[in-house]
Design a protein around this ligand. Sequence first.
Ligand code: HEC
Length: 101
Amino acid sequence: MSRFKIGLAMVSLTIVALAAPAQAQSLQVKVWASACANCHGTNGKAQGAAATLAGQSQADLVAKMQAYKTGQRPATLMHQIAKGYTDEQIEQIAAYLAAQK
Ligand code: HEC
């Protein structure tokens, strides 16, 4: 193999290595967010009484989830649910829901 071809192969390998985690991560966030869908609707668009999460700002969603987690915000269920996620996961789920139209 020529030096050029080896160089090309390494560049494309690097691209694959960089692209794969980003894709896996967004899929992972979708899976986390799907756990909210039972009550808050697919992609956070509520059909019934539950609050619509889609399109709320990331900052608001994070603040509400943190307030549930610490017990500052009264809840019947959400304080339990919020405790099941790390701060990092909450940031990412909130970003995902905020991006839904
Ligand atoms: C089992 C049903 C259920 C699931 C699953 C659920 N929620 Fe909730 N959520 C509720 C209920 C009920 C409330 C109203 C507060 C309460 O009584 O706990 C609420 C309220 C909220 C609120 C406040 C809404 C507002 O704008 O005032 C946010 C934010 C929220 N949920 C986020 C989430 C996220 C993010 C997930 C997924 C990680 C999730 N919820 C999963 C039932 C659920």
